[in-house]
Ligand binder design. Structure first.
Ligand code: C2E
Ligand code: CA
Ligand code: CA
Ligand code: CA
Length: 277
């Protein structure tokens, strides 16, 4: 988790010190790995609760490390985020996700792909310009891409973040606030941000059914989101009970192991044949 103090937010997780020798080694390997095509994406479906129809997929990066086997993003994203490597990594993820989404849509399906964007990337100059170019290259409309950001980026530099979000909206790209409820975004500030959806943090969804406080948070996020005209998504839905409760609360979309784990791209077509639009 990103450390906070005095209400401010810091960009980087200090637990992963890039000066540590092992971490430096891993970074060097990651640089080579990106160039040599060792990264891959899995895709987790987002399903509309009311209809059971898949509306899109979240792209989740993995690293096929030559000796350590497959590594999850928690091992290398926080590390890369502290270095200039985050830029080529995100560029690769965006390109690959756009390419894949264009393939799904070429079969006439109205689907979007969501990509996770770290604070460093959101605050980069000209993110929207970069995104516009890659959408054009992939032949995709802005609506086909969603960026998932966390509250941290917005807290670190609210003016810059809001400017980038407006530019993204202007090209039709949707923005979701990820892990919502876990951070400290002021609710009045949220009102002024051009975002399309809120994702209820998995931490509140896991014990939704047996923890009253968690249910209260989920209920509030749904109410707040709907008051602001946003779509509310629950992530980490693992049980029928949690899904039923989310339906009662009026949550719009769900994602989680109950419906599907993140799928290799080769399994997306079979998934769509069953639940696609
Ligand atoms: P996230 O954005 O909150 O993504 C959701 C994580 O929860 C994913 O872990 C997903 O596999 C996992 N998950 C989904 N459904 C369930 C469930 O029902 N139960 C449980 N226990 N877990 C579930 P993953 O793939 O390991 O990704 C971890 C984090 O790494 C992501 O959290 C995201 O912050 C980051 N990440 C993943 N891919 C990328 C990427 O391409 N770029 C960036 N910047 N960050 C990424
Ligand atoms: Ca996410
Ligand atoms: Ca999340
Ligand atoms: Ca998370």
């Amino acid at each position: 988790q990103v450390k906070r103090d005095g209400g401010g937010a810091r960009l980087y997780d200090e637990a992963s010190d890039p000066h540590d020798e092992a971490q430096l080694g891993l970074l060097a390997q990651l640089r080579v790995g990106i160039e040599q095509g060792q990264l891959l994406l899995d895709y987790q479906p987002k399903v509309e609760l009311r209809t059971g129809v898949t509306v899109g997929f979240e792209a989740l990066v993995r690293w096929e490390h030559p000796t350590r086997g497959r590594l999850g993003p928690d091992v290398f994203i926080p590390l890369a985020e502290r270095t200039a490597l985050m830029r080529p990594l995100t560029a690769w993820v965006l390109r690959e996700a756009a390419r894949e989404c264009a393939r799904w849509r070429s079969e006439g399906r109205d689907l979007s792909v969501a990509v996770n964007i770290t604070p460093r990337t959101l605050l980069e100059p000209d993110l929207a310009g970069q995104v516009a170019r890659l959408l054009a290259d992939a032949g995709l409309p802005g609506e086909a891409l969603e960026l998932e950001i966390t509250e941290t980026a917005v807290m670190v530099d609210p003016v810059r973040a809001a400017q980038t979000l407006r530019e993204l909206r202007a090209i039709g790209v949707g923005v979701a606030i990820d892990d919502f409820g876990a951070g400290y975004t002021s609710l009045s500030y949220l009102k002024s941000l051009p975002v399309r959806s809120l994702k209820i943090d998995r931490g509140f969804v896991t014990h939704l059914v047996d923890n009253r406080e968690d249910e209260a948070v989920a209920r509030s996020v749904v109410a707040l989101g709907h008051d602001l005209g946003l779509t509310v998504v629950a992530e980490g839905v693992e049980t029928e009970e949690a899904q039923a409760r989310l339906r009662e609360l009026g949550c719009d979309e769900v994602q989680g192991y109950l419906l599907a784990r993140p799928l290799p791209s080769a399994e997306v077509d079979a998934w769509l044949q069953r639940t696609g639009p």
